[in-house]
Design a protein around this ligand. Structure first.
Ligand code: NPQ
Ligand code: MG
Length: 374
């Protein structure tokens, strides 16, 4: 792929309902898209950073800066072409900034696959043409009554699994209420987004209470660097621990598994630095018989298309946070993903199989980055 121009396209999309986690509340998705125009084809990638560094160290203004001033200039020597398979190595001199790198690798891969008229799912070795859809439910301001109504609505829509966000003071009681209302057969899991302290008695007591509720998994109870603390408590719990924030690449996934810090791995292409590292995380887990599932970062159709293709690989044995577009947005930037019988269809077109429409990007800010310096 000979890249001629790269644009960073930033657009605010209102969320249909505010989304609260242990790290704060979001009402608008401040989305950042990377648009690569190559000689042979165009490609799109999404930088999944939140507006503020509340999930990990990355945030959108920082990603814009590192993309424009560090990553794009390293991607291309003037006049040379680039393959998606080389992007990781070309960007390796820059430490961290995995979500920004992932967006660039995704966009180059999309362009490359469009040029070859090949769908991303086929490139990834996907074995499914649709993926089961779970949904991530924030902590509602209206407390337990609102949580019960939200979950009832998602089950009515067909979601096959509920993931509830939990935080100190909003954990055992609301999850018990979900069990009472929907019964033992509800596929229910929780995500703490690193909100608990493994050495605080009250926090451990709450997590021990969650362990009694027959959950599918408990996701990231402790800080990203606390692998040993995860292992220590995971050994006592019957509920499998899943790691999200801790798993920054395939090597870290292997460390977490060898330490028995988790039994399930959440794969997010942004968090691990791109679609190709996601395949390596998948492969490492598959080799060890460990199930993975695809997380989400409130993606528009661009990032969602990548996630859905990733979730179609064979090791994705658990339903992901690969919800329909209308879980988050009244109007997506692409043709929306829809729920059919609790599943989302894997795009079949070339590349990611979705392209942003002009209309939703009318209000977007565009920043041109010229990789050739011309
Ligand atoms: C998770 N996602 O699994 C994340 C957390 C998360 C769907 O639960 C803006 C950008 C807001 C990214 C809120 C889901 C976000 C965000 C939550 C990611 O941990
Ligand atoms: Mg998570």
């Amino acid at each position: 792929m000979t890249v001629e121009r790269i644009d960073l396209v930033r657009v605010g999309l209102p969320l249909v309902t505010p989304f609260r986690t242990s790290f704060g509340v979001q009402t608008v998705r401040d989305a950042l898209l990377v648009h690569v125009r190559g000689r042979e084809a165009e490609g799109w990638g999404e930088c999944v950073t939140p507006a503020s560094p509340v999930y990990s160290e990355e945030y959108t203004d920082g990603a814009m800066h590192v993309l424009a001033d560090e990553l794009v200039p390293r991607l291309l020597a003037p006049g040379r072409s680039v393959r998606a398979e080389d992007v990781g190595l070309r960007l390796a001199g820059i430490k961290g900034h995995r979500m920004a790198k992932a967006a660039l690798e995704s966009a180059v891969l999309d362009a490359q696959l469009r040029a070859a008229d090949r769908p991303l799912a086929a490139y990834l070795g996907a074995t499914r043409d649709r993926v089961p859809a779970g949904v991530s439910v924030g902590i509602p301001d209206g407390g337990v009554p609102e949580l019960l109504e939200l979950v009832a609505g998602y089950l009515q829509a067909g979601y096959v699994r509920i993931k509830a966000k939990v935080a100190r003071g909003a954990d055992v009681q609301p999850m018990q209420a979900l069990r009472s209302r929907f019964g033992a057969s509800l596929r229910l899991q929780v995500d703490a987004n690193a909100g608990y302290d493994p050495d605080a008695r009250a926090d451990v007591a709450a997590l021990d209470g969650l362990d009694e509720l027959g959950l599918v998994q408990i996701e990231q109870p402790f800080g990203p660097d606390r692998l040993l603390a995860h292992a220590r408590h995971a050994a006592r719990w019957r509920t499998p621990v899943c790691l999200d924030e801790s798993v920054t690449d395939a090597a870290r996934a292997v460390e977490a598994l060898e330490l028995r810090a988790c039994r399930i791995v959440n794969v997010k292409p942004g968090r691990v630095g791109g679609p190709l590292e996601s395949v390596r995380v998948h492969d490492a887990c598959r080799d060890r018989g460990v199930p993975v599932w695809c997380g989400g970062m409130l993606e528009t159709g661009v990032g969602r298309a990548l996630n859905v293709a990733i979730a179609a690989m064979p090791g994705f044995e658990l339903p992901g946070d690969t919800s329909a577009s209308d879980r988050y947005f009244a109007e997506d930037v692409t043709e929306p993903f829809v729920l059919q019988d609790g599943h989302v269809a894997v795009p079949q077109g070339p590349g990611i199989g979705r392209t942003p429409r002009d209309e939703p990007l009318k209000a977007a800010e565009r920043h041109r980055v010229d990789p050739l310096g011309s």
